[in-house]
Design a protein around this ligand. Structure first.
Ligand code: GLA
Length: 383
């Protein structure tokens, strides 16, 4: 990540102005995977890996943007917004959603940098869209709420980047509270904060170094399978609008109407929604061992039924179980990225050494480790 001082002088040199500063965090998710677009529950938190944006209005209709870590500059105007899969298209999507809502905005000059590893399941694209939207809203006084901005960031991914993601990532990036995770109800878009008091435990992320890509990884296919299940089940029970409305018993009794693939995808989601609620109870009563057992159940559901895991993630989760890690599972959209491990603090250092050696011997690549702290959502840095 490039330092704030360095960016300030670059900004001055390039745009002859002083910027305002905005921070947008990535997120972890403790449990509740692939439940957000099924109107279920999730349990994310923002972390101390983030984008830093330097931004100023430039009184034109042009956007001048530099992604420092990629060493790329690009520009667009308010009337040249185009879908696509590059970072610039995500930002165009955010601008488009402001315009669609009738918000009066002008051009911006912006330089940004990030400490969120891309493709590691830590929601870098959601943080990018959330932080940029927040800056637009503040600079042009548009009066949008944090929830509005989360919906805008989600819309940008749907309409401009073609990923039919849920609301979790941007919601966590925008609405998290320091030291807490949130239990988010993705039907009502309301959340409760659950304070985390892990005296002897911490979360350790282990990056498989298998880069996931939601577009090409079948994320949209999984969503389609869930929607197909709902369409079929709804024929007999019209009150069903999403998998949130389906109990495991009802799903099993409707099994003959669903093909095997759709049944297994729906089964995983229905189980994961109730698992997340159970996990929230364990967190409230600080029963971390029980919480961890649910994380393992989630992983094997993701691997065997939802089929979004990969050999490396499965290997890391098996290794965790063999080494008395309280809970472990693949995190995020899937097909690689990080595993999240709930681990005794005293075990972190020896286990890191152990897994590094064994993972390298098996896959011929080094895993990466991130110890994370839970932070507040997107905010402006005041001088
Ligand atoms: C990605 C999506 C989220 C969510 C997770 C899986 O991170 O962006 O909306 O669906 O995958 O839980």
């Amino acid at each position: 990540m490039v330092s704030q001082d360095k960016i300030a002088s670059l900004f001055q040199e390039k745009f002859k102005q002083s910027p305002r500063w905005f921070v947008a965090p990535g997120r972890i998710n403790l449990i509740g995977e692939h439940t957000d677009y099924n109107e279920g529950f999730v349990m994310p938190a923002a972390i101390d890996k983030h984008f830093l944006f330097a931004v100023a209005p430039n009184h034109t209709s042009q956007f001048y943007l530099t992604a420092l870590d990629l060493n790329e500059s690009n520009s667009f105007s308010l009337d040249s917004l185009q879908p696509g899969s590059r970072w610039i298209n995500y930002l165009m999507g955010v601008v488009d959603s402001f315009l669609k809502r009738g918000k009066k905005i002008g051009g911006l000059s912006c330089i940004f940098t990030s400490t969120i590893p891309a493709g590691a399941g830590l929601s870098s694209s959601a943080a990018l869209c959330s932080g940029f939207g927040y800056a637009l809203n503040e600079i042009f006084g548009c009066g949008l709420s944090r929830l509005d901005l989360a919906l805008i960031a989600q819309e940008a991914e749907h309409r401009f980047a073609g990923t039919k993601c849920g609301i979790m990532d941007m919601y966590a990036s925008l609405l998290s509270q320091e030291g807490s995770v949130m239990l988010l109800d993705c039907r009502s878009n309301q959340h409760q904060y659950l304070p985390v008091h892990f005296d002897d435990y911490e979360f350790l992320l282990i990056d498989t170094k298998v880069k996931h890509s939601l577009n090409t990884s079948g994320y949209n296919d999984r969503r389609e399978a869930c929607e197909e299940g709902v369409r079929i089940l709804k024929k007999e029970k019209p009150a069903i609008n999403s998998l949130r409305d389906v109990s495991e018993a009802a799903l099993v009794s409707g099994r003959s109407q669903l093909n095997e693939n759709v049944f297994r995808k729906c089964l995983y989601v229905v189980q994961e929604i109730s698992r997340t609620l159970k996990a929230a109870e364990h967190l409230r009563s600080n029963e971390l061992k029980k919480f961890g057992e649910l994380m393992y159940q989630t992983h094997w559901g993701l691997s065997n039924d939802y089929e979004v895991s990969c050999e490396e993630s499965d290997w890391l989760v098996r290794w965790a179980a063999e080494n008395k890690v309280a809970g472990a599972r693949q995190m995020g959209g899937g097909f690689g990225g990080c595993t999240i491990n709930l681990i005794k603090k005293e075990l972190v250092s020896p286990l890191k050494d152990d897994v590094r050696k064994k993972y390298f011997a098996t896959f011929k690549k080094e895993p990466e480790f991130y110890s994370v702290h839970l932070t507040q959502g997107v905010n402006e840095l005041k001088p």
